[in-house]
Design a protein around this ligand. Structure first.
Ligand code: EPU
Length: 292
């Protein structure tokens, strides 16, 4: 299949991903596209599947490590307005998959809608947060989801109820489908209280985590009943390094990429940490971040 000329124009070649991810490193995407409509998204997906290209959706790049050789496929960003609109109807909100989760959470708080403020400080798009069921100490996005609108690789759109989404700890069954939007069910509460809670949770997170550095949130999932950060800290691994990658002294489950770090440095350090924790405790740390 050949692409319509509008779609062909929308696809860029060899686009650097370092500046689009929080780690700030890694190579380029062979193809990169910001579709401006659902039809264009369908066209591009069909083309990619005919070319047998791997496809990834890039959200705010806060949970992704791009390998040094780059990504040999198509990277899609849903940053066009058509994918980031929100509609409010009482305590029900429909939010676009490309919307910035923090902006949506803040807007909900100001409207006196409670539920999303517990995710304060998670730098994600709505779609990225749904795909990995993002969350923290105060809850997960699945707590407020009623249904998710998903597009598969053939462009077929389905609304899937939350209980059929396979939500678990940092997990969903989104798989290779694209989150077009999510329907949320929030609760009414005094706006000033929700805003205060939002700010307090954000403050707490920014005090305990190294926000200002190049990293991708927590490197490992917490093994059941344990905190990966505490295990790594107890093993004395804070500050240990490979090349220009090092374990944060503020929170041991964060690997920081200093200037000049490569993805290989980060992965080698993550492997070393995983092996040391296994040798000490018998617990297997599983990576939380996505490696492209
Ligand atoms: N701790 C240490 N040393 C450290 C880090 C933590 O001793 O270097 C201790 C803390 O003092 C605390 C316990 O470990 O007693 C748990 O730490 P924290 O409250 O920071 O929570 P966490 O389990 O490490 C989880 C999520 C975070 C989320 C926070 C807060 C995971 C893997 N991590 O961290 O999510 O922000 O709770 O809600 O589930 C992420 O997923 O990327 C992420 C940052």
């Amino acid at each position: 299949m050949s692409l319509s000329s509008a779609c062909a124009e929308s696809i860029q070649r060899d686009v650097g991903l370092a500046e689009r991810t929080w780690f700030g490193l890694g190579g380029s995407a062979r193809y990169f596209c910001v579709p401006n409509s659902r039809d264009q998204l369908i066209d591009v997906l069909r083309w990619a599947s005919e070319q047998e290209l791997a496809v990834r959706v890039l959200g705010r790049g806060a949970n992704v490590l791009v390998s040094d050789g780059g990504f040999d496929g198509l990277v899609i960003r849903l940053e066009h307005d058509v994918f980031s609109q929100s509609t409010y109807q009482g305590t029900r909100v429909r939010v676009g998959g490309g919307a910035n989760l923090m902006i949506v959470a803040r807007d909900c708080a100001k409207r006196g809608l409670s539920g999303l403020e517990r995710l304060a400080g998670i730098p994600a798009t709505v779609g990225g947060a749904v795909a990995m069921n993002a969350g923290g100490r105060y809850g997960e996005i699945s707590d407020v989801i009623e249904s998710v609108e998903l597009m598969d690789r053939d462009g077929v759109v389905r609304h899937v109820a939350a209980d059929a989404m396979g939500f678990g700890y940092r997990h969903s069954d989104v798989g290779d489908r694209i989150v077009l939007s999510a329907a949320l069910r929030l609760t009414d509460a005094p706006a000033d209280e929700v805003v205060d809670r939002f700010q307090a949770i954000w403050r707490e997170k920014s005090q305990s985590q190294p926000f200002a550095e190049h990293c991708a949130g927590c490197m490992f999932k917490n093994p059941p009943g344990h905190s990966a950060g505490k295990l790594i800290d107890d093993a004395g691994l804070k500050g240990s390094s490979v090349g220009k990658a090092r374990v944060s002294r503020r929170h041991a489950n964060f690997i920081l990429a200093d200037r000049g770090a490569t993805a290989a440095d980060v992965l080698a350090l993550a492997d070393r940490v995983r092996d040391e924790i296994f040798a000490r405790t018998g617990l297997k740390l599983e990576r939380e971040i996505d490696v492209w």
